[in-house]
Design a protein around this ligand. Structure first.
Ligand code: FES
Length: 193
């Protein structure tokens, strides 16, 4: 049974106590914060949320958002408002690799719908669902800025372009064999397929 990516999560005081950036992530967060004047610290929220999402399992739980609010000394609701607005933030648990299939004009004209159907069949999930093994979540996205190389998907920081079914199979097989969580903050990403 696959799980849906939509739903309401509840704040858990006990879990909140366990949420804390490790030293490396905190150093990155402090560097981000240092780019903004203290009275504008809220402007650091987007990049800090990316670090938090990468650090805490690929999604932003209510406890994680509460923690980020405490780090930036802003209200938890301010974090939630931002996190719930942008599609790059996941508010429910997701697979290690979130596949975002662009479905806007160029990609649509070049076969995005067929690519979506192909991925759904290959992974045995529908858009918005996560595979049983927790490896993949399938989402659709609006224009990801790679229209000239449509159709395309994004997985973490990687773009995969000029897709064919064969290429999609190779990409997904590679991610599965690596078994790693992919994040927007990855610095080691390669668009090799
Ligand atoms: S329409 Fe797909 S990247 Fe622009």
């Amino acid at each position: 049974m696959s799980s849906q990516t939509h739903g309401t999560q509840h704040f858990d005081k006990n879990k909140r106590a366990d949420i804390k950036f490790n030293a490396e992530a905190m150093a990155i967060v402090q560097t981000i914060i240092s780019h903004y004047p203290p009275e504008k610290i809220k402007s650091a929220l987007l990049p800090v949320l990316h670090v938090a999402q990468a650090e805490f399992g690929g999604w932003l739980s209510p406890e994680t958002m509460d923690y980020v609010a405490s780090v930036l000394k802003i209200k938890p609701i301010e974090v939630f408002e931002v996190a719930s607005f942008y599609t790059m933030y996941n508010l429910v648990p997701v697979g290690k690799c979130v596949i975002e299939v662009c479905q806007t004009s160029s990609c649509w004209l070049c076969g995005a719908e067929d690519i979506i159907k192909h991925i759904e069949k290959k992974l045995n999930i529908k858009v918005g669902e996560t595979t049983k093994d927790g490896m993949f979540t399938l989402k659709t996205a609006e224009c990801l800025g790679s229209c000239g190389t449509a159709p395309m998907i994004q997985v973490g920081a990687s773009f995969h372009e000029n897709l064919t079914y064969e290429k999609v199979d190779k990409i997904l097989d590679k991610y599965k064999s690596e078994g790693k969580q992919r994040n927007y903050t990855d610095l080691d990403y390669h668009n090799t397929i």
